[in-house]
Design a protein around this ligand. Structure first.
Ligand code: FAD
Ligand code: ZN
Length: 478
């Protein structure tokens, strides 16, 4: 490939120097590093189409990349270096915002936080919320069908998207930017591209749903004895608070200890330690006092029923934020503790307490040194079922050698409980082959048929999500 030819094919930036390309070649966890011929940063959807057409003619594969915060290796090019990275960093315009129709139209490279702020600017809410929001992009959120902490009330990225603009794998521009709440006119192409992790086309813009901005928000940090009690509390909170219940998160005492250790501003909200905690959020259009009273009523009933041990309820925005920070900072605190063995799993909610008890006991029996770090979005049936090395430490190679057997043990248990081995982070490279172990031949065949139909030259993020047949040139060095 001659980079000058590609440079001439579109407007925007093209990086070819190793030092310029380096940030695009390693993922956020520094688990994967690859090589690329170039990093293209087109300025518009038409430019994206020009880049794709050039790559098609030259037989060069394309790895779409947004904020590069993905946790599954989907945005990192392979080690062979024969692909380009297509970064959406310069597709960064808010095209339109309609507070009456409650929609916003943004380009793919706009960060999640910028969308939240634009919505706030017209007194509306864009509810997708996750710890990487300052860096992750709407294109990446849709390509991975991101979840986060408000899914319980508002749904994941898929449910927040009304329309898409996509450059297909053949370099055509599909304008599906419909702002319609109802549209039953055939196969849902939008939903095909959402969650496709850059393997079917490049998302260049999206129409997203906005919501009224809540006037009141209350967070409660509740000590509970067990995940079973947390689940019963969830059920009562749902019955009592209805749509006002906007988040319901579970975390273990170990998680809280990690945050205390690694985040200097973190303060334990309750005097007594407890094996488990719930962080519950309620929001409403009404005033804080009424909402606070409703939350207090739920908690009082829970105390009486012996489901809650102690609770702290926020009475100011500062308290609300500091309670949330205890949950949001777990992931980074676990990272600061050393390497991690991660699982991002979904289960039928009612089976979660039994799953946690049985699987932790099994892992402990076989690998007693591992430290469980279990937290997640209990209200969505989604757990981050992670492990850290023991507090006393463990040689890195010994810990790394456990990753695969522990993954298999946990994922087998997830599969047996009718769950999913990737709830919100996608398959990328990390879970690609593992997912193929559990999917039925029919499901895999249909997925391959979709890939072959939309990307006949296999140029869009090849080797991610689905292994190519036969397997070759797909692994990045790690
Ligand atoms: P990237 O990492 O750049 O790309 C991710 C995938 O999408 C790749 O396969 C890439 O090829 C593809 N892609 C990117 N842009 C496009 C596009 N325009 N068109 C087509 N394909 C594209 N995720 C959650 O779901 N919930 C969480 O709570 C959560 N918390 C996180 C917390 C932290 C601290 C971090 C680092 C990550 C977290 N994530 C979470 C994961 C990550 O932030 C999300 O997956 C996010 O949606 C990725 O967006 P991105 O722009 O960084 O995408
Ligand atoms: Zn999560």
């Amino acid at each position: 490939m001659n980079p000058d030819e590609l440079r001439a094919a579109f407007a925007g930036r093209l990086h070819t120097e190793p030092s310029e390309m380096a940030p695009f070649l390693t993922d956020w966890r520094r688990k994967w590093t690859g090589q690329a011929l170039a990093v293209a940063q087109p300025d518009s959807a038409a430019d994206v189409a020009a880049v794709v057409r050039w790559c098609l003619a030259a037989g060069v594969a394309i790895v779409p990349q947004g904020g590069n915060t993905g946790l599954s290796g989907g945005a990192t090019p392979a080690a062979h270096g024969r692909a380009i990275v297509l970064s959406t960093a310069r597709l960064n315009r808010v095209r339109a915002i309609d507070p009456v129709g409650q929609t916003i139209t943004v380009e793919a490279g706009v960060t999640l936080q910028q969308v939240q702020e634009a919505a706030q600017g017209v007194d509306r809410l864009f509810p997708l919320s996750l710890a990487a929001q300052g860096s992750c992009t709407i294109g990446g959120n849709l390509a991975t069908n991101a979840g986060g902490v408000q899914v319980l009330r508002f749904g994941n990225a898929r449910e927040l998207c009304l329309g898409l603009e996509v450059v297909t794998a053949e370099g055509e521009l599909w304008d599906g930017l419909r702002a319609l709440r109802k549209d039953n006119t055939g196969y849902d192409l939008r939903d095909l591209f959402i969650g496709s992790e850059g393997t079917l086309g490049v998302i260049t813009a999206a129409v997203l749903k906005l919501f009224p901005r809540p006037a009141a928000q209350v967070a409660a940090f509740v000590a509970v004895a067990s995940p079973d009690d947390a689940l019963q509390l969830l059920s009562r909170a749902q019955a009592r608070l209805g749509a006002s219940l906007t988040a319901f998160e579970l975390l273990s005492e170990t998680c809280l200890q990690l945050v205390e250790r690694h985040v200097s501003a973190a303060r334990r909200p309750l005097a007594q330690a407890s094996p488990w905690y719930v962080l519950m959020e309620a929001s409403a259009a009404d005033d804080d006092a009424a909402l606070g009273a409703q939350v207090e009523a739920v908690l009082e009933a829970a105390f009486e029923a012996g489901l809650a041990i102690d609770a702290a309820v926020s009475t100011s925005l500062a308290q609300f934020r500091s309670l949330w920070a205890l949950r949001e900072d777990i992931s980074e605190s676990q990272g600061a503790e050393g390497p991690t063995i991660k699982h991002d799993i979904a289960l039928p909610i009612a089976r979660i307490p039994d799953f946690i008890a049985t699987t932790l006991a099994e892992v402990e029996r076989q690998w007693p040194a591992l430290r469980p770090v279990v937290f997640g979005h209990l209200g969505d049936g989604n757990l981050h079922f992670n492990f850290s090395p023991p507090a006393a430490g463990m040689p890195a190679h010994e810990f790394t050698a456990l990753e695969r057997p522990v993954n298999q043990r946990v994922h087998d248990a997830v599969h047996a409980a009718a769950g999913s081995i990737s709830a919100e982070h996608g398959l990328g490279l990390l879970r690609r082959d593992e997912a193929a172990r559990y999917k039925s031949p029919v499901e895999l065949r249909l997925m391959r048929a979709v890939k072959a139909a939309l990307d006949p030259m296999n140029l869009m993020n090849p080797g991610k999500l689905l292994a190519p047949v036969p397997i070759h040139d797909t692994e990045t060095s790690s």
